[in-house]
Design a protein around this ligand. Structure first.
Ligand SMILES: O=C(CO)[C@@H](O)[C@H](O)COP(=O)(O)O
Ligand SMILES: [Co+2]
Length: 221
C-alpha cells in the first residue's frame, strides 16, 4: 500500500485556515478533528466549518469525529462533502449500520480505537470498513507524546487484514513525526496523521515529504 500523509488542521492557524490548507497540498488527505466537549475534553468545530473546508481544500477531507452519538451526527458530516468519516468504538451503538449508511452516501467508513481499547472486536466486521484508526495518544489534543505501546495492536490488525486479503487502510493518529514515522509504518500503518509535526515545521511541504519517505522506507505489510 502507498503511504499517505494526513496533516491535522488542529495545529493550523484557524484564522488563516485556507492558507494553511493550501500549505499542505503535497499531502494526501487533510485530517479534520471534530470534538464536542463530551466524548473528549476539548471543543473544535462543527458542520458549517467542515463544509467550507471541503469546498476549499485541495485534498480529500478525512473527518475524525470525537463526539458522542456519531450514529446521529456522522451522516451530517458526510453530507458536508467529506471523503471519509471516522467514528469511535466507544461512542457508537451500531457500527455496522452506520458504516453502511456512510458507504451508501458514497463516503468511506472508518472505525477508531483508543489506546486502552482492543482491536480484536473489530475483526468480525472489518470488511464493513475502509480504514481503522489506531489512536497513538488519548484523543482530545494535539502535541502529545506518541504511544509506542500501540504498535503491537497495529501489527495484529495489519496481519489480519493481509491474511484475509482485505483492502482496509490502517491510520495512526497522535505524536506522529519524522522520528516516529518508521515505527508506525513498520507495524503496518499506511495512513499517518501528523498535526504539530507538520504545522510546526519551518518548511511544511518538505516535512510532509520527509515523513512520507521515512515511512515508505520502513513499511511492512
Ligand atoms: O485526533 C487527534 C487528537 O485527538 C489528532 O488528530 C491530533 O490533532 C494529532 O496531533 P499531533 O499529535 O500530530 O500533534
Ligand atoms: Co485526529
Amino acid at each position: 500500500m502507498d503511504i499517505r500523509i494526513a496533516p491535522s488542521i488542529l495545529s493550523a492557524d484557524f484564522c488563516n485556515l485556507e492558507r494553511d490548507l493550501q500549505a499542505i497540498a503535497n499531502a494526501d488527505l487533510v485530517h479534520v478533528d471534530v470534538m464536542d466537549h463530551h466524548f473528549v475534553p476539548n471543543l473544535t468545530l462543527g458542520e458549517p466549518i467542515v463544509k467550507r473546508i471541503c469546498e476549499v481544500s485541495p485534498l480529500p477531507v478525512d473527518v475524525h469525529l470525537m463526539i458522542e452519538d456519531p450514529d446521529r451526527w456522522a451522516p451530517e458530516f458526510a453530507r458536508c462533502g467529506a471523503d471519509s468519516v471516522t467514528f469511535h468504538m466507544g461512542a457508537t451503538h451500531a457500527p455496522v449500520r452506520l458504516a453502511r449508511q456512510l458507504r451508501d452516501m458514497g463516503v468511506k467508513a472508518c472505525f477508531a480505537v483508543r489506546p486502552a481499547e482492543p482491536v480484536e472486536p473489530i475483526f468480525d466486521i472489518l470488511d464493513e470498513f475502509d480504514m481503522v484508526l489506531i489512536m497513538t495518544v488519548e484523543p482530545g489534543f494535539g502535541g502529545q507524546k506518541f504511544l509506542a505501546n500501540q504498535m503491537a495492536k497495529t501489527r495484529r490488525l495489519r496481519d489480519e487484514i493481509t491474511r484475509r486479503g482485505l483492502d482496509v487502510h490502517i491510520q495512526v493518529d497522535g505524536g506522529v513525526s519524522r522520528s516516529t514515522a518508521a515505527i508506525v509504518a513498520e507495524a503496518g500503518a499506511d495512513t499517518l496523521v501528523a498535526g504539530s509535526a507538520v504545522y510546526g515545521a519551518d518548511d511544511i511541504a518538505a516535512e510532509i515529504d520527509l515523513i512520507r519517505n521515512n515511512a515508505a522506507a520502513a513499511y511492512r505489510n
